[in-house]
Ligand binder design. Structure first.
Ligand SMILES: [Zn+2]
Ligand SMILES: [Zn+2]
Length: 388
């Protein structure tokens, strides 16, 4: 029996789990019910379970044979603050919360792989099933790392995945190298001197200064970053003042930056500080930058990318695996784990659906076997059983 067919035997059970998770979405770092369900399922299949890793994270450990090589498989568990607009029997029961990124599906796919690997143990080594909380900008990957994820559960390679609306069911997309952008949020506080709106000579105007800074920041990408390195600086908030006739003391500018390397992130951060402080000084004001890295760039290791693509091709054939998927400007916090352990991140076709983060997005249950089988395949292939 093929691996896909073996996993398909659990499809009804896995679909029920997915729809139950969908009906009970939990926001990042509060996935208590989800984590309990995951832990309970893993234990019922005889897998060693570690709860509370980095908050609500769960790690399952499965050993077979005598091998010491270890593979980490990672899925995310959190939902989004969004009101669901789908009319389905398993619609979200939590007002203002929805699994609109398909993490209910990812969690289920990894559970499917765990169930299969625990039953068949057709590998030699250790598998770490990493169920991560808070992927949606909530710092869940970093929380697990800070809780000693890879010291407690060392891995030689790690693999993650994300469903992709618009890509047919049963197809995969991956590329070596940068595959998703890193992202940072920034705030710039400009401090001047307030006065009556009719007496500008008594003021140091932080609003005028902030306007000049916001304009000048647009030169960072166009004039200081190498044009071959895609990057974005977007100013998305400008705030200052409350009244028509008062020049305020302070004004703030905020926004986001995107980039595909830590080096470019450093250039942008330094550019923001230099430009804001320099322009402010010209007006006699001061500016202070607060820069927060939310997502590292997601960079696929070439060797693990090859292994992952080969595993996908073993399931569905080479023609259904795109090995040169263009990188996207979206972000993914599995990137922080891949900075520690060589890994790869793949897109799994979700068929027709609204895009992720849309209130009409739908995870397609037909995709479950393709995610679960791929996780299992990359283990059976990477931790191949020798003749014993
Ligand atoms: Zn998302
Ligand atoms: Zn997501």
């Amino acid at each position: 029996m093929s691996l896909l067919d073996a996993i398909r035997r659990y499809h009804p059970e896995l679909t029920a789990i997915r729809q139950d998770l969908h009906a009970h979405p939990e926001l990042g770092m509060t996935e208590h019910r989800t984590a309990a369900l995951v832990a309970e399922k893993l234990e019922s299949w005889g897998i060693e379970v570690h709860r509370g890793v980095g908050g609500t994270g769960v790690v399952g450990v499965l050993r077979a044979g005598r091998g010491n090589r270890a593979i980490g498989l990672r899925a995310d568990m959190d939902a989004l603050p969004l009101e669901e607009l789908n009319d389905v029997p398993y619609r979200s029961t939590a007002p203002g919360r929805m699994h609109a990124c398909g993490h209910d599906g990812h969690t289920t796919m990894l559970l499917g792989a765990a169930r299969h690997l625990a039953e068949t143990k057709n590998f030699d080594g250790i598998v770490h099933f990493i169920f991560q909380p808070g992927e949606e900008g909530c710092g869940g990957a970093l929380a697990m790392l800070e809780d000693g994820l890879f010291e407690r559960f060392p891995c030689d390679a790690i693999y993650g995945m994300h469903n992709r609306p618009g890509m047919p069911i049963g197809e995969y997309g991956i590329r070596p190298g940068p595959t998703a952008a890193g992202g940072a949020f920034f705030d710039i506080t400009v401090t001047g001197k307030g006065s009556h709106g009719a007496r500008p000579e008594a003021s140091i105007d932080p609003v005028l200064t902030a306007c000049h800074i916001a304009t000048a920041l647009q030169s960072i990408v166009s004039r200081t970053v190498n044009p071959r390195d895609p990057a974005v600086v977007s100013v998305t908030k400008v705030q200052g003042g409350e009244a028509y006739n008062v020049i305020p003391e302070t004004a703030t500018i905020a926004g986001t930056a995107r980039f595909f390397s830590r080096e470019v992130a450093g250039q942008i951060e330094a550019g923001l500080a230099r430009m804001a402080e320099g322009v402010a000084a010209g007006f006699g004001a001061t500016a202070r930058l607060d820069w927060r890295l939310i997502f590292a760039p997601t960079v696929n290791d070439p060797e693990q990318t090859e292994a992952y693509a080969a595993a996908a091709a073993a399931l569905v054939g080479e023609a259904k695996v795109a090995r040169d998927k263009p990188p996207g400007m979206g972000s993914e916090d599995f990137s922080f784990m891949m900075e520690k352990v060589p890994g790869a991140y793949i897109h799994v076709g979700n068929g027709d659906s609204a895009s992720v983060h849309n209130p009409r997005y739908q995870f397609n249950d037909a995709a479950i076997p393709y995610g679960a089988a791929l996780y299992a395949q990359v283990v059976e292939q990477g931790l191949k059983r020798g003749d014993r």
